[in-house]
Design a protein around this ligand. Structure first.
Ligand code: HEM
Length: 401
């Protein structure tokens, strides 16, 4: 095979993986890409789909988290997600100092929220539940709003902004003109919304993360006002658009493996490795991006300095060189160091929170729904390719216990 054919093939496979028609199961395309773990597309972007290669790039200081093309619209200030050391580390420290103490000991509170959501919705519609709309979406949204200090009644406004913004994370070539226009509008609405929120806090500080960042007593607080706006937007969107998919994908895995559902009822501790396996097998964040600050050699292939790189986390998570039987959902697999939360200095800040939410939600679903069944298989998926998950997940059941 010539290099040109190989390049065509990699781009085609990637395009197939992104196609909406393949949203329910992009994994066969990722598996084919993974056979050539480091390969350039015709447009010069590199696709990295091997587990070991992705892990190395996530930890290489010669690789920048800034993934934008120079011609793309540049934001006023970069968030920590796309910032490099040392600024990244400073910002991350400011956030974790406020975030970590606030998520400790939240499990009982999360349990109460899950109970409330299940009781409310099942009593309205006995026998059927939309796991996305009734549980997986409202749970993380309530929590991130409570943590940050966003009034719950503002959620519909913010939720609509978050939806349009996350679609904007997908490769630009997959988006329509209308979607790109909506994205610009959503950015404007977000800025306006955050201004109002910050002004309210300025007038009346409260015991929440936003006030902590604005007036905090930590070692390097308060946060610079522009960084504050950018960080707030990042946390709100991460809190709205990721955990929903972990809970929904976990529910799907349980409904597709009745033996595991039965085991989870009998062995509640199974939920911990089970959630890790969802993060490997069906990760809510399917890929990330980087750019190279030097020529980087990966097992004999050199990615030239100045290249844009796509890290296909979902492909690396099923790399047969790292995971045996990668296409099987096996919560008992040993050493499941998946890439679902990334790795290195950008490892997900919300990982503990997201894990706890998913563990509590899946435990409650397994325990309380008698004979749950999927109404549509596969369920309808959201348009998003990167933050991928079902749009609705209708489950019917005999009764709620
Ligand atoms: C970073 C996944 C939930 C906040 C990341 C990264 C991944 C990820 C893969 C690394 C991106 C990269 O290296 O380019 C997930 C998944 C979640 C989740 C799968 C849910 C299941 C959350 C939540 C929050 C959050 C709930 C906040 C409340 C962040 C932040 C970063 C990040 C701030 C950037 C960290 C840095 O750059 O140092 N997440 N995330 N995430 N996540 Fe999450």
């Amino acid at each position: 095979m010539t290099t040109t054919t190989q390049q065509h093939t990699a781009s085609d496979l990637f395009a197939q993986a992104l196609r909406y028609e393949n949203r329910a199961d992009p994994y066969p395309y990722f598996a084919q890409l993974c056979r050539r773990p480091v390969v350039p597309e015709e447009n010069g972007t590199w696709l990295v789909s091997g587990y070991h290669e992705i892990s190395r790039l996530l930890r290489d200081p010669r690789v920048s988290a800034d993934r934008r093309r120079p011609e793309e619209e540049q934001p006023i200030r970069k968030s920590l997600l796309v910032e490099d050391a040392p600024r990244h580390d400073q910002l991350r420290h400011q956030v974790t100092e406020q975030f970590v103490p606030r998520i400790m000991g939240l499990r009982d509170h999360i349990d109460g929220l899950v109970t409330g959501l299940l009781d409310a919705h099942t009593s309205q519609r006995p026998g059927q539940l939309d796991v996305v709309g009734d549980l997986a979406y409202p749970l993380p949204v309530t929590l991130i709003c409570e943590l940050l200090g966003v009034p719950r009644e503002d959620e519909p406004v913010f939720g609509s902004i978050a939806r349009r913004l996350t679609r904007g994370l997908d490769p630009v070539e997959t988006q329509t003109e209308d979607e790109l226009r909506e994205l610009r509008e959503a950015r404007g609405e977000l800025v306006q919304y955050l201004e109002g929120l910050i002004a309210d806090r300025q007038a009346a500080p409260a015991d929440d993360l936003l006030s902590g960042l604005m007036f905090g007593q930590g070692s390097d607080a308060p946060m610079d006002p522009i960084d504050l706006r950018v960080t707030l937007a990042l946390l709100l969107i991460a809190g709205h658009e990721t955990t929903v998919n972990l809970i929904a994908n976990g529910t799907l895995a349980l409904l597709r493996h009745p033996d595991l559902l039965a085991r989870l009822r009998a062995e509640p501790d199974l939920v911990t490795p089970l959630v890790e396996e969802v993060l490997r097998y069906d990760p809510p964040v399917q890929m990330s991006g980087r750019s190279t600050l030097a020529d980087i050699d990966l097992g004999g292939t050199t990615i030239p300095k100045g290249s844009r790189v796509r890290l296909l986390l979902a492909a690396g998570n099923r790399d047969p060189r790292r995971f045996s039987d990668p296409d099987r959902f096996l919560p008992d697999r040993p050493g499941n160091a998946h890439l679902g939360f990334g790795g290195g200095i950008h490892y997900c800040i919300g990982a503990t929170l997201a894990r706890t939410e998913a563990q509590v939600a899946l435990t409650a679903l397994a325990r309380r729904l008698a004979s749950p069944r999927l109404v549509a298989a596969p369920p309808p998926y959201r348009e998003n390719a990167i933050l991928r998950g079902p749009d609705r997940l209708l489950v019917s059941f005999d009764r709620l216990t």
